[in-house]
Write a protein that binds this ligand. Structure first.
Ligand SMILES: C=CCn1c(=O)c2[nH]c(Cc3ccc(NC(C)=O)cc3)nc2n(CCCC)c1=O
Ligand SMILES: [Mn+2]
Length: 605
């Protein structure tokens, strides 16, 4: 088909050529250039409602919001279908799926051939991070999904602004992100509510800085600005350009004295990362503000401090477990409307619900499969991985600096995990390389939300394992190299936190949630040199009196606090072989320095 790009609202040569090439391959019925306007968003929403794909929620409950239910076989990221196609397999490394890039391109080109028959090809220009950044990271997603176009407007800076900025000062580089649900429509064939293909590929070509996704319409597989671009491709850019693209929340904490600190945190799933990002501190005089709940790009400033920017424009949060008692600020954000809800449950009066939103479960709902649901149904009303997609600027505790292109100075980095034993509530590392060691050993127990057995300890370095765009050993080495990439490095202090320690009879020892503000206060105290700690073989741990327990003295008595802070040599001796096994898995490029640190730890225990 001869593609008419004369209507294209841009003169960007490489972009026009790419759009023509893809249209000739996928053969859509039409090409639509997204402008990112509210009118366009409303029009796409109305079209999807008319097509039976989306439900418009009641405006008195969630204004200007839509409900989508996916195909039950398209409900989460597909890690076994996610590839890093570097030229050399070793550069993808032992923790990524790899295939020869030329081979992969040949296979996928055939899948894309004619894949957009009967559909509109949306051209979605976007920018990760503020458009007026010193080095704005542009992308263009081509997709045959209007759900993707709507979602990208919430999750990224999308449309006319980025497109214009892409030709300011000449044609700027952009990451081409190609996406098709892989469901062509023949003449007169009716569409299905959630088109997708059982054959799925989520593929990254790091040396081309390109992303090709096929067959899935869901989340991290289809909204390519998030995991695919801002972590996997950006981590490769960061390695080459001397910065860090990390899977972290960014939190601003202001002390009773009025001093502000910025804390970044990397947590595997099911550790409550979004809950921490939006924490409501119980400790008097402390205030918390959010800059982001998922991605943090950290670059050195002139003085050698790391400054963090959240490249996203919205929250793509796990709905179940988000409630008025666990994360009231998230609920207030969502109550602002302008959201897309995917695979949650619907109420009979045009609202949404999910497990953990409220203490009482509603008597009847429509579950994520569209079936009537009652308390006796015995199944989850919302899918465990169901999501809210909501604009960041609706968050009541959003920091003013959230979209400052200069970012904020990161004073501390927290690595976290869900461990019933061994890891104390909080420990401070004694150097940058000790901090990298701790990050590399990060682990977390599986929970019912994920597949497989519950309680299995999985390693997840820097909580980045599914998102490292290159060899994991090189990635850990890059963290160590950060000390050498500035002449006067003032790197953040690294801490390891664990909210989930249990007593012998399986009860959580620490109240968690807003009470974690007491741990954050100790961390700030350590940054200021005003808080007490005791040295242990695994790092500095608070003394009992160093944790402010005002108001929870009964719930957390001395015995309980001692138990949750305990560094038990025998438990740590059992940890050593697990760490050895893990370091071995990370392959021959895993830094020798950390093997040495492990030997030192063995000796110290
Ligand atoms: C800033 C909050 C971090 N955080 C926590 O600090 C936390 N701690 C726990 C364990 C826990 C669960 C229940 C209670 N208490 C009662 C009364 O149920 C206490 C601790 N769960 C937690 N969760 C939820 C994890 C699943 C997403 C959590 O998010
Ligand atoms: Mn995440």
């Amino acid at each position: 088909m001869s593609v008419d790009t004369t209507q294209a609202p841009t003169t960007h040569k490489a972009l026009l050529e790419w759009v023509s090439e893809i249209a000739a391959l996928t053969e859509p019925d039409s090409i639509y250039w997204c402008d990112g306007s509210q009118e366009e968003y409303d029009r796409l929403g109305a079209e999807l409602v008319a097509a039976g794909t989306a439900f418009k929620l009641d405006d008195s409950k969630k204004k200007n919001s839509y409900y989508f239910a996916s195909d039950p076989d398209d409900v989460a990221r597909v890690e076994d279908r996610t590839y890093i196609c570097s030229t050399e397999e070793i550069d993808a490394g032992p923790t990524n799926n790899w295939r020869d890039p030329a081979e992969m391109k040949a296979v996928m080109t055939e899948l894309y051939r004619g894949s957009m028959h009967g559909r509109t090809m949306y051209v979605i220009p976007f920018c990760m991070g503020p458009i007026d950044a010193e080095d704005p990271k542009f992308g263009v997603e081509i997709s045959d999904s209007a759900y993707v176009a709507m979602s990208m407007r919430i999750m990224t800076r999308m449309g006319e602004g980025p497109l214009k900025a892409m030709t300011t000062g000449g044609d700027r580089a952009f990451v081409p992100c190609l996406h098709s649900v892989g469901f062509p429509l023949e003449e007169g064939q009716a569409d299905v509510p959630w088109p997708c293909n059982e054959e799925k590929y989520i593929v990254h070509f790091p040396e081309d800085r390109a992303i090709w996704s096929y067959g899935s319409g869901y989340g991290g597989n289809a909204l390519l600005g998030k995991k695919c671009y801002s972590l996997r491709i950006a981590s490769v850019m960061a390695r080459d350009e001397g910065w860090l693209a990390e899977h972290m929340l960014i939190l601003k904490l202001t002390s009773p004295a009025g001093k502000a600190y910025h804390i970044a945190g990397a947590f595997p799933s099911a550790c409550g990362k979004t809950n921490l990002a939006m924490i409501d501190p119980t400790l008097d005089g402390w205030t918390a503000e959010t800059l982001g709940d998922d991605i943090n790009w950290m670059r050195f400033d002139k003085e050698g401090y790391l400054r963090g920017v959240n490249p996203e424009n919205g929250f793509f949060g796990v709905a179940p477990g988000t409630g008025w008692s666990t994360n009231p600020n998230a609920m207030r954000t969502i109550d602002g409307g302008n959201s897309i809800f995917t695979n949650v449950a619907r109420t009979l009066d045009g609202d949404v619900w999910w497990e953990g939103m409220t203490d009482e479960n509603p008597a009847e709902l429509i579950d994520w499969k569209g079936e009537p649901w009652t308390l006796e149904s015995g199944v989850k009303a919302a899918h465990p991985n169901s999501r809210f997609t909501t604009p960041m600027d609706q968050c009541p505790i959003l920091s003013d600096e959230w979209d400052d292109p200069k970012g904020v100075r990161i004073d501390a980095i927290l690595f976290g995990g869900r461990r019933a034993t061994t890891i104390p509530l909080v420990l401070e590392t004694s150097s940058w390389s000790h901090g990298v060691f701790v990050g590399a050993t990060c682990s977390s127990e599986t929970t019912a939300a994920a597949k497989g057995k519950v309680g299995v300890v999985r390693r997840d370095p820097m909580a980045m394992l599914p998102f490292i765009g290159y060899n994991a050993g090189d990635y850990i080495q890059h963290w160590l190299d950060m000390e050498t990439l500035h002449e006067t490095p003032h790197l953040p202090k690294v801490f390891y936190v664990n909210w989930f320690r249990k007593s012998d009879d399986g009860k959580f020892l620490w109240p968690g949630f807003g009470e974690n503000s007491r741990v954050l206060a100790w961390i700030v105290g350590r940054l200021d040199g005003t808080a007490d700690a005791v040295q242990t073989p695994v790092g500095f741990v608070p003394t009992l009196d160093a944790i402010d327990r005002t108001g929870i003295e009964d719930e957390v008595d001395d015995e309980t606090l001692a138990a949750v802070l305990k560094v038990d040599v025998d438990e740590w001796k059992q940890e050593i072989p697990l760490i050895e096994e893990w370091f071995t898995k990370l392959g021959e490029r895993f830094p020798k320095q950390l093997w040495k640190d492990l030997e030192d730890l063995k000796t110290a225990l």
